[in-house]
Structures are given as structure tokens and as C-alpha cells.
Design a protein around this ligand. Sequence first.
Ligand code: NIG
Ligand code: FE
Length: 439
Amino acid sequence: MTGDPTLHHRPVTLFVNAGQTVTCAGPARARRGAEMQDAGVQVGVGVAVQGDRFVAVDRDDVLRRRFPDAEEIDCDRGVLAPGFVDSHTHTLFGRARYEEHELRATGVPYLEIAARGGGIHASVRDLRARSDEALRSLAVPRLQKLAAGGVTTVEIKSGYGLTVYDELRSLRVIAGLAASQPLNIVATCLGAHEVPLEYRDRSNGRLEWIECLIHDLYPAVAAEQLAAFADVFCEPGVFTTAEARRLLEAARTHGLQPKLHADELHDGGAAALAAELGAVSADHLAAISPAGIAALAASDTVATLLPSTMLFLGTGRQAPARALLEAGAAIAIATDLNPGTSPLQSFPLVLTLAVSQLRLSASEAWIAGTVNGAAAVGLAGVTGQLREGFRADLAVHAVDDFRALPYWFGERLCQVAWASGRACHLSPQTLASHGIAPS
Ligand code: NIG
Ligand code: FE
């Protein structure tokens, strides 16, 4: 930024001629309750990008006067917006799990499949058998698909390794992705995704695995700076709240901030635990209790809702988003991209589900996918808003109104996405209009 002596000479790019601009501009923190009703939609406003930052957000004519030599990108009357922050994904996995999708359709519940050694365990067996390069080459096109929907920042969890070796290996592959492809990546250690089968079958196995996470994995992750967060699948039948508390308190002593898979299928008091621990987010919450709602509303923990997961599991239920908002909580939305419960690589579809299933307004859905997603990964002061000084993470969608993105569901409407001031997606139409054949 200002400390960089080369910045003056770096070229400026203007994004101009937007039909609407969703700025999401406001305080650099999660928006809660009624604050989510204003997505800062403006007309005639563009942005100036220099290096990896926005250097101005202003009327097109003002930008052109201020930066007369800048290159211009024409938004073609589309919607200019912050890039989405997909704050909850399990993008690093091997094969798909088609068989479980059908098994659930016959009535076998998700946790029953896991109890039989399928579910997460199936993905663990699969990941352990794959090379780093194989995992990397499966993850890259998934990230490209997310970018094609306007995502510019992605949180990726480990959690399909479930040995110290394979969890560290997963996080190193995630670090390699962060360094070698254009999307911004945030890593989370989810060593507490399950009790691995080889421990589950031993008498003291649960405790041994928990001790292994606390004494071996977390310190090693911290020593290599491989993750910002530690997450626990806190759910009756997986990890209890007492175990999650112990794990996350230990993780925090190593600088890993807590996140929680909380009250996804059954209420176990995990949302209240997240609030008590000051977790950055409590995620899922389809079975949250009134006490859990009150606890989150009174805390700074972001309630991250994953509507595609409940849809794909066919539970016929969704998290009580309106009750959370009425209580004053901050809501984020994310894909939960994973092979078991949400094989979804389209963030715009999450916006649609947020409106149609969670009953958010379009403005609330946009804030949930940008500012509040950023807050859910500790980046509220960095991304999620079109604001001077913020990271140049943006997208242009070929729609005439910000409400059209959740409305026209199932379409590919994102024309351009930039992450940290660099293109991470160009649609076939955009490439054709520049005379470039799509690869
Ligand atoms: O967020 N709930 C736990 N973890 C994932 C599912 C993981 C899997 O089934 O592979 C989730 O839904
Ligand atoms: Fe998840």
C-alpha cells in the first residue's frame, strides 16, 4: 500500500459502466440482524484497482478524471460486486461418493452411513491412497468452478487425512494451492472431523486420537503455519461438546482460532459452546436450540449457514435464519463443498437457496456471502467490500439488478472475477468479445 515505493508506477485499472454496483461498504466487521438489510447498492459507481488493492470507489466520471491513463474494463451494464467469500469448504478430497447419495434416497441417514464405515471414512481411505499431485489436480478445477461463480476467497479445511501425516500433507497441498493459483485461500485444520476407524476400534481409541490432535497435530500445524483456524465436527455421535471444548482450547494455545461444525443434525449445545469460546464462526446450525440462538446473538461468532447441505441431505429442514437475524446474530452463507453432503461448486446457487429456503432478502444474502463470509474467516478488514484500501477482490455478473443473481438460478452469469487484483475467471463471452478463443 502506501509503504510500497513501486506503487506509484503501477498501472491502474478501472471497472466502469456497471448497471448497479453492490458495494457492501460499511464497517469492517460482520453485519448483524437489521444491519444486513443494506447491501450498499449504487448506480454509476465504479472501482479503481492498483496492484492488489482498490485505490478508489467512486462515480465513473470522477474515476476517469482522477486516473486519465488507466485501462478501462467495461462492465457492460452488469452488476459489479465484491467477490464472494466461500467461508466453509472441504475442497480437498478425492473421489465423489455417488453411492451414498442413492443410499440416503432409500432412507439410510447420513450418520448411519458413517457408523457403517462409509461417509467421511470413505473419503479418508481414498485421500490417504492419493498422491499430493493427484489431490492438487482434483482441487484446481473445483476452485476454477467456484471462481466462475464469482468467488474470490475460499476457506479450505483438511479433515480427510485423519493421521498426523495425512492431515499435514493435506494442509501442505492447500498451502501449495494458495501459492500457485489465483484465488485467495484460507486454511483450516479439521483433524477433528471424525474419530478415524483404526482408533474407533480400540478401547481407549477416542481419547488417544484426541490426545494425538492436541499433542501432535496442532503443534505441528502451528509450527509450519499451515492453518489459521481449527474446526471440530461437534455433533452427537461424532465429537461431544466437552471434547470440542478441550480440542479448541488446546488449538488456541497454538494460535489456531476456533471454528465449529455446530448443531448440524441434532442439537448438542455446540452453538452455545462456539459463542462461549469466542469462535470466529459456528457453522450449519440446522438443529440449533433457542438457547443456542440467544448465545450466538449475544456473541461476535458468525452463524454460517449452509443451505445446500440440508437440501442435498434431503432432511426437509433448514437453519432458522430469520430467528437468528431477529435475535441480532450475524449470518454468513457458504457452499460447504464436500463429497458427502454438498457437492456444490456454485456460490450463486447458495444465494438462491438463502432467499428461497432460508428466507433472506437479496440484500441479506449478498451481505451474508461477502462481508459476513469475510468475517467468518477473520478477514472483515481485508475483503468482502468494494472499499478503498480493501483487497481488489471483485466480480461482474451479467444481470441488470442485484436481485437477479439469486433469482435466475442455475445460470452462469459471472463474466469476470478478479482476486487480489488479478483475473481468476473470464467467461467464454468475455473471452470472445476480446477475440480470445476459450481454452
Ligand atoms: O460439513 N459435517 C461434517 N462435514 C461435512 C461433510 C463431510 C463428508 O460427509 O464428507 C459437512 O457436511
Ligand atoms: Fe462442513
